[in-house]
Design a binder for this molecule. Structure first.
Ligand code: ADP
Ligand code: MG
Length: 752
């Protein structure tokens, strides 16, 4: 047996297994060995039902039955009940005020239950147990999966992530068969010995043995660390290679004077923050560097990323491409070379600002994730550029525009797509703003020097690359995000980019007042918001769902839905105000129309799901109520409340949670104390697990890698080592095993 062999060479794999393996991307023996246990169970903790005693914290595996809900006889409290049965006996289980749990279960389901044994002798029951669904019982006292397996110390055993068709047991036994066939004597470790030694990590063969059949918990831990390191290492190696490749491409190198920039920024109705100035300086330095810039600009909503984008776009749009690589003439400002003008469409000579237009200058593409945002950027850019002879184009799925209009130079005008594309191609329009439509093949530039992407996490890595490569030279790339990503995750997901933080809010901004609203405190909140509405402000109400699929009013989840909540508010709370809904199931045109009405203050209260566009700018909306706040990560809540800090009025955020849990309240409290989004993201990473973190999905990390991200030292070590290796061996030809692994990551990401 060899690690590269197909599993089918050695095992009988039936059709359902095959499908499951395709899903899990398991094909070879090696893939199987790298399908690591999700966790370990300690058999000594498990109790058989017949042995349960009052007061015990029990862990029981069994089948559930007899489910029903009713109301308590006297208190009328809703109760759900049933029983759990293992090989030895059955015991009653009861949930108080949580009958929805029973609704999520079905008779006959296999579950793991954790809860306290209460009641009286002879009438014992488990109260409010936590329930975990299982595809089958991992352990059966009468048919232990570990019977006759000497490999395992009889207390710890691995539990594998199951999938339809393949059980944890199957994984366990098959891995053991591979071990028995001597696979560990033949595996080759891709990670150089010296690196493993430096960080005290076990060699591959040892690590595999330890992770699949640990004799001690420490062994399993040590092995996990190695595999986590390995995973992050490959990703870092891939990013390092991408960076090397980008560095190898030629780019536009040009210089801008301080004075020139100042002419532009002096017109802003505000003073730039130090953070903004630093960011601009860093970017301008990159423009004058040998390599194409790859930079991530991370800043909370309202930190002023657009001003940074506009200033740097100005530097590009007023610069000429170098004429030939040697003769690097970087004139700043309009050029006087008129040779390109002869074939161009006639232009309204009556507009003085347009006559200076230089069609040989570098161009900027600015991509936003939605039409609403693209239009908003278009409008901001008009504000910033209207005094200059720089035309701005807008391209979206539903149409194209250009500023200035021939007829009225103070306004933008609609133009045909064909016309816009022509002007972009011949360089007449130096700044093009748009949605995904920017990426279509038909959009060609004359000299695309700079690509700006707003809210990067919504675009895949490949889309980003596609845009940056629209010119034979590699365009400089600025990715902007308001998503607070923990540093370790950013270093991994955006490992090929330099990171700049805008961690300073413009002065004079009123910090948002955030309140956590528990059961019974709603009235106070509604009174406050009503006062605000009376003063002419507007409000958002965010709900976790769109429709009301569960007509059962008794449902304890009580997840508010956009539609029902809008009706309720109209009927009982805000009778005198205009209320509208906005959610992801609406058509783009419908959404736009609602947003426009909200923006024009024809609507006072917008009830929406959390998926509605972040970053939408309605300065008069200064209140946000977030229902079901406990369901969101802190960084997501932070993101949501960011919508109300646009204006000059005092903003308020209400995080509403019906949860009585102290832990939940404690967690939500962090919203009122954290200094910025980054702090909250770190909080999420440490306390919630990283699966729901922004950026987690794009990272291509497995669960194990995700846990590794909590460990800054590990991530930095993997990054340093990978960069060192790639610097010496750019194509990884001297490390074919690593190269193969890195190529695999590439494939996975391309499949997104
Ligand atoms: P975001 O980082 O969320 O994209 P924007 O660029 O939209 O933020 O800026 C939010 C608001 O703050 C805009 O109205 C902008 O004009 C304003 N702004 C930007 N920079 C400053 C500053 N240095 N001082 C005051 N206001 C600023
Ligand atoms: Mg923005």
């Amino acid at each position: 047996m060899n690690q590269k062999d197909q599993l089918t060479d050695h095992f009988r794999i039936d059709a359902p297994h095959k499908k499951a393996f395709a899903r899990l991307r398991i094909a070879t023996v090696e893939d199987l060995l790298y399908h690591l246990p999700a966790r370990y169970e300690d058999i000594t903790d498990i109790t058989s039902v017949s042995g349960l005693v009052k007061g015990q914290d029990a862990i029981v595996y069994g089948q559930i039955g007899g489910l029903k809900s009713r109301r308590a006889w006297k208190s009328k409290r809703p109760i759900a009940e049933g029983w759990i049965e293992d090989g030895s006996a059955r015991i009653k289980v009861m949930w108080f005020n949580q009958q929805y749990i029973a609704k999520m279960l079905t008779d006959g389901a296999y579950v793991k239950m954790v809860g306290k044994v209460t009641g009286s002798e002879g009438k014992l029951y488990i109260a409010n147990p936590e329930v975990e669904h299982l595809d089958n019982l991992p352990i059966d006292r009468h048919d232990s999966i570990f019977q006759n397996t000497e490999a395992v110390d009889d207390t710890i055993y691995p539990v594998y992530r199951e999938t339809k068709g393949v059980t944890s047991k199957w994984f366990f036994h098959t891995v053991q068969k591979c071990f028995a066939a001597g696979i560990l004597d033949t595996v080759r470790d891709p990670i150089p010995h010296s690196i493993l030694k430096r960080y005290n990590l076990p060699e591959l063969a040892t690590a595999l043995q330890w992770i699949h059949t640990p004799k001690k918990a420490e062994h399993a831990e040590s092995a996990r660390k190695r595999f986590a390191f390995e995973e992050v290492f490959y990703i870092q190696a891939q990013k390092a290679m991408e960076r090397e490749a980008a560095n190898a491409a030629t780019t536009y190198q040009f210089k801008t004077t301080k004075k020139h920039i100042k002419e532009f920024t002096d017109r802003f109705p505000f003073k730039l923050t130090n953070s903004q100035n630093n960011a601009i300086a860093e970017i301008l330095k990159n423009f004058n560097g040998k390599h194409a810039m790859g930079r991530l600009l991370e800043g909370d909503v309202g930190s002023g990323k657009t001003a940074v984008a506009a200033t740097t776009a100005y530097a590009v749009a007023t610069s000429r491409p170098p004429e030939g690589s040697k003769n690097n003439v970087n004139k700043v400002g309009p050029c006087n070379d008129s040779s390109t003008r002869s074939d161009l469409v006639e232009y309204d000579a009556g507009i003085p600002t347009v006559t200076d237009l230089d069609w040989g200058n570098l161009q900027v593409a600015y991509m936003a994730p939605t039409e609403i945002l693209a239009k908003q950027h278009f409008e901001s850019f008009i504000e910033y550029f209207h005094h200059l002879p720089i035309q701005i184009g807008l391209i979206t799925g539903s149409g194209c525009m250009k500023f200035p209009s021939k007829v009225d130079p103070t306004k933008p005008t609609k133009i045909s797509r064909a016309q816009l594309l022509k002007w972009v191609k011949n360089g007449e329009i130096p700044i093009l703003i748009g949605t995904h439509a920017l990426m279509y093949k038909s959009v060609e530039f004359k000299h695309l020097g700079y690509v700006i992407i707003d809210e990067q996490h919504r675009f895949g890595t490949n889309q980003r690359k596609a845009l940056a490569k629209k010119d034979e030279r590699m365009a400089h790339l600025l990715s902007m995000t308001a998503t607070p990503i923990p540093r370790t995750l950013a270093l991994t997901v955006y490992g090929d980019l330099d990171i700049t933080l805008l961690d300073e809010m413009p002065s004079g901004r009123k910090p948002i007042i955030t309140k956590v609203i528990g059961p019974g405190q709603e009235k106070e909140m509604y009174d406050h918001v009503r006062n605000e509405l009376e003063d002419g402000r507007q409000a958002y109400v965010i709900c976790p769902r769109i429709d009301e699929p569960d007509p059962d009013k008794a449902s304890a989840l009580r997840l508010k839905s956009v539609k029902a909540e809008a009706e309720r508010l109209k009927k009982h709370v805000f009778q005198d105000y205009e209320i509208a809904v906005l959610h992801g199931k609406m058509k783009p045109a419908e959404k736009d129309a609602v947003m426009k009405r909200f923006s024009d203050h024809e609507i006072d209260i917008l009830v929406a799901t959390s998926v509605v566009e972040v970053g939408v700018n309605v300065p008069n909306a200064t209140n946000i109520i977030i229902e079901g706040a406990e369901r969101f990560g802190l960084s997501q809540l932070h993101q949501l409340r960011g919508r109300v800090i646009r204006g000059t009025h005092q903003p308020y955020c209400f995080a509403v949670s019906e949860s009585k849990s102290e832990k939940t309240k404690e967690r939500l409290k962090a919203l009122t104390t954290a200094k910025n989004g980054f702090e909250l993201a770190e909080h999420d990473l440490q306390f919630r697990g990283s699966g729901e973190l922004y950026g987690a999905k794009q990272s291509g990390l497995t669960d194990l890698g995700m846990k590794a991200i909590k460990n800054m030292k590990l991530v930095e070590a993997a990054r340093t080592e990978a960069q060192k290796l790639v610097a010496k061996d750019t194509e990884l030809d001297k490390h074919p095993l690593i190269k193969a692994k890195v190529a695999q990551i590439g494939e996975t990401l391309h499949m997104e």
